[in-house]
Design a protein around this ligand. Structure first.
Ligand code: 5AD
Ligand code: SF4
Length: 463
């Protein structure tokens, strides 16, 4: 998951309504964006209406990310500001509640209340369906901390996503199919904050997908920290994997596009690669993090594959789907990383060629094995390596964008553009594309020719 790709997004739920307003600030990955949506829906049942203006909110939720150090510190400084707001509101005799959800909530638990007693509720990712009840309890005086791994299935208790999706007229939607991780990469907190791997049952996923499509959704992105570890048991006891799920979902009439994120190289099985070969609607874009190109570092990271395995895998995927674009995550300055190791990462990037990538300085996370390893790399060295890696990745990204110019592609129209007559959609490779088009509607797929590149998007004309 690109825990850093979306720094913050305010959840929108624009239904008119009475009483209370909730403002949700989302940090981190797409899973959090999905969760914020679901929490917003759970709160709608309690009379809460979402607002994008924190000033008018009666409840502020910070849906947090814990992947790197600074993320938690950002949350604490935001909480400091919220505490001041709460004091002002209370002086005016108005209700103002503060909630912390997501991975920082899970990791810090009671500590959040200890550091900022004004916080009313702290809820971990597995107990969102209990948020309304926790708020009721908190209203009667005491802060509530609920970071249990609940025995009941939260998805069965959360309200239907499709109502809100149809109110917002969304063309694209996220659908969480898998949560948690059992891989224990030595740098990562996810196995501790999101717990061990769980797959949602196939019928539950198909039902949610069908409802979303009936509500107008045309593109679904399946989500999971380790999405390609998703598995289920088939009717005859056979093991089903993500590939099988994609084939099943591709049968839903009116659904036009499928994506999934984030994948681990070790879980890219044959069936999933076949799905890339067979399903046109499975978009030719794959986020496949490798983290490092050095075998020594990959081993220390407990990735359990070598650089050559990854390159061979990419070759197999490209053979199945030649137009596939790759995206990745990289960490520089993992403990013990030498200049030579780093050079191996640069070489891997050169060999693979990425259309898009996220790269980070290693951030030591207490409780993970990496934190206790010797030879931590000085920050200046990490910064310098990151700059070199990003220069290379950015040049590949620009080269990829330029290579799209002149191509005719299908564009799924998602929203109006800034100028009259302009619409914005996504290319198969997830790039944002601006086009001037008449007599078309949001949700239509049109043929367009890419005419140029902008800083973060492409321009196109109707073909
Ligand atoms: N330090 C730096 N980056 C990290 N990531 C995960 N944990 C850390 C860490 N401790 C990065 C990985 C992962 C992405 C979501 O965040 O690259 O794929
Ligand atoms: Fe973290 Fe590794 Fe699991 Fe990804 S696969 S969530 S990096 S432990």
């Amino acid at each position: 998951m690109n825990q850093d790709s979306i720094v913050s997004t305010e959840t929108k739920l624009g239904e008119p309504g009475p009483s209370r307003k909730v403002f949700i600030k989302t940090y981190g990955c797409q899973m959090n964006v999905y969760d914020s949506g679901r929490m917003s829906e759970a709160l709608a049942g309690e009379g809460y209406v979402a607002t994008e203006d924190m000033q008018e909110a009666d409840l502020v939720l910070l849906n947090t990310c814990h992947i790197r150090e600074k993320a938690a510190e950002k949350v604490y400084s935001a909480l400091g500001r919220l505490r001041d707001m709460k004091n002002e509101r209370q002086a005016e005799g108005r209700e103002f509640m503060i909630g912390v959800t997501g991975c920082v909530a899970q990791a810090e638990g009671e500590e959040i209340i200890r550091r900022v007693p004004s916080v009313d509720v702290v809820i971990g990712p597995q107990t969102y369906h209990r948020l309304p009840e926790a708020l009721k309890r908190a209203r009667s005086g005491r802060s509530v901390v609920d970071t249990e791994y609940a025995v009941e299935d939260k998805f069965e208790h959360l309200p239907d996503q499709s109502r809100a999706v149809s109110a917002r007229r969304n063309v694209t939607a996220f659908l969480t199919v898998q949560e948690g991780c059992d891989k224990f990469c030595t740098f990562c907190v996810v196995p501790y904050t999101r717990g061990s791997e769980i797959s949602r049952p196939i019928e539950q996923i198909v039902r949610e997908a069908e409802k979303l499509v009936s509500a107008g959704v045309r593109e679904l992105t399946l989500l999971g920290q380790n999405v390609n570890a998703w598995h289920a048991e088939g009717e005859n006891g056979e093991r089903l994997g993500l590939g099988d799920l994609l084939y099943r979902l591709s049968e839903i009439p009116a659904l036009k596009r499928l994506r999934y994120t984030t994948s681990h190289p070790r879980d890219m099985d044959d069936r999933l690669i076949e799905a890339h070969r067979d399903l046109d609607m499975l978009m030719p874009y794959l986020h496949l993090p490798v983290q490092s190109g050095s075998d020594r570092i990959l081993k220390a990271m407990n990735r359990r594959h070598k650089a050559a395995d990854y390159i061979a895998l990419v070759e197999r995927i490209r053979a199945a789907r030649p137009d596939i674009a790759l995206s990745g995550d990289f960490i520089v300055g993992f403990p013990g990383e030498t200049e030579e190791d780093f050079q191996a990462t640069l070489r891997l990037v050169e060999t693979v060629g990425y259309a898009q990538a996220f790269s980070f300085k290693y951030s030591s996370r207490p409780g993970t094995p990496g934190a206790d390893m010797p030879d931590h790399v000085p920050d200046e060295v990490k910064a310098e390596r990151l700059a070199r890696l990003q220069e290379l990745l950015l040049s590949q990204q620009h080269a990829f964008a330029r290579s799209c110019v002149g191509k005719t592609i299908d564009l799924l129209l998602e929203k109006p553009g800034r100028l009259p007559g302009q619409l914005i959609g996504r290319s198969p490779w997830l790039q944002s594309v601006n086009v001037d088009a008449k007599d078309v509607e949001i949700g239509d797929t049109i043929r367009v020719r890419i005419t140029g590149t902008g800083p973060n998007s492409l321009f196109a004309e109707v073909a």
